[in-house]
Design a protein around this ligand. Structure first.
Ligand code: SF4
Length: 363
């Protein structure tokens, strides 16, 4: 697909669009793009406008920053106020509102908060600052968790005693199961995340078709990838079958990445986790195994978190379950804008509200 000429891309896009329209005729369908990177690509490329009106794309719980609840942010903020702590974090966490502050505000008031581009960079900060307890905010799905696990293994090998991880790592398939089990989010087909699937492979999504009879297609991130994946979903829906298919086979092997999975299970174990909007989901999080608990921030650095609460009027929870489009939120574009976000979905570059605001909702 990457080696196609512009003309070939246009032709293929026209073909998929035409066929999707034919296959959708007489139906009203909701397809969920699970991944925040898909959401952004869909808005940026105008795919929503290319699809017929009776095929609606809704976003799911696939933006890691968005699904991280205030309780985690409040804990990170409380840690940042300790004089012997240095917080290391990806940049998009800075502006996410906690119950009463943000990491950006704490940084402005003197907290030692450093932006990093990987967990390994956080490790370097720990090695260079032995007088500080360096906490890495580990927010992300199966894609980023292996690098945090690798950082813990390296810290262990280097006998670092001032590196800690505050884990909010989450697993995508249990969230999809919870979404379906709730019975509230009607979805006719899933566009499944390419990056996550490159790690976990295809098998963890089997339940979609086997237990819920819902088709799923692992999709790449180019606009043409997404259109083709929608077309593949439409073919299944039209034929009244439900399978798991892989549109992104050039990157996603059926078995995923066994080495990354081995590192993950060496360091982490599955645990229940709280998701914004979805509540506590069994076995949807990752906690550090006993062997590496010396690197678990919560177990080693005492902290008291004042009362935690979610922003009362923010509808992120519904947006993340595909129950509400951002424009239906009363605060969208008014009290809540990227420069003054009320909820996480307006902060993250992968947030649905931010994408609607930046690229326009279309229809
Ligand atoms: Fe929350 Fe803002 Fe989105 Fe409304 S527009 S759901 S307040 S993030």
């Amino acid at each position: 697909m990457l080696s196609m000429t512009n003309e070939e891309v246009k032709k293929a896009a026209a073909f998929f669009t035409r066929e999707i329209e034919k296959l959708a005729s007489g139906r009203s369908l909701r397809l969920m793009e699970v991944c925040g990177t898909h959401t952004v690509s869909i808005f940026k490329s105008g795919i929503r406008q290319l699809l017929p009106e009776n095929v609606e794309l809704v976003s799911g719980p696939g933006c890691p920053v968005c699904v991280t609840p205030n309780e985690y942010l409040d804990t990170a903020i409380a840690y940042s106020r300790k004089s012997d702590v240095m917080i290391t974090t990806f940049g998009d966490m800075l502006k996410v509102p906690g119950s009463s502050s943000t990491l950006a505000k704490e940084k402005a008031q003197g907290s030692d908060i450093r932006i990093v581009y990987s967990s390994l960079e956080a490790l370097e900060f720990a090695a260079k600052n032995p007088g500080k307890k360096v906490i890495f905010l580990a927010v992300g799905f199966e894609t980023t968790a292996p690098t945090a696990a690798a950082a813990i293994l390296m810290a262990d090998e280097a006998h670092l005693t001032n590196f800690y991880v505050l884990s909010a790592h989450k697993l995508v398939p249990p969230a999809l199961r919870a979404l379906l089990a709730s019975g509230k989010s009607h979805v006719d087909g899933f566009l499944l995340p390419g990056h996550v699937s490159a790690i976990i492979g295809l098998q963890p999504y089997d339940f979609l078709s086997k237990e819920y009879h819902i088709p799923g297609v692992v999709a790449g991130f180019e606009p043409l990838d997404i259109l083709q994946a929608v077309y593949m979903l439409m073919l299944q829906i039209h034929d009244q079958t439900a399978r798991l298919e892989n549109q992104y086979s050039r990157i996603v092997p059926k078995e995923g990445n066994p080495s990354a999975c081995t590192i993950l299970s060496q360091v982490y174990q599955q645990t229940d986790a709280v998701w914004r909007g979805l509540g506590k989901i069994p076995n949807s999080g990752m906690s550090i195994r006993e062997k590496y608990q010396a690197f678990d921030a919560l177990l080693n650095i005492p902290i008291i978190v004042e009362e935690t609460k979610e922003a009362s009027q923010c509808q992120c929870g519904k947006v993340l379950r595909g129950l509400l489009q951002p424009s239906a939120c009363l605060l969208f574009g008014k009290a809540c804008r990227p420069e003054h976000p009320i909820g996480s979905c307006m902060v993250s570059v992968e947030g649905t509200c931010a994408a609607w605001y930046k690229y326009g909702a279309g229809r």
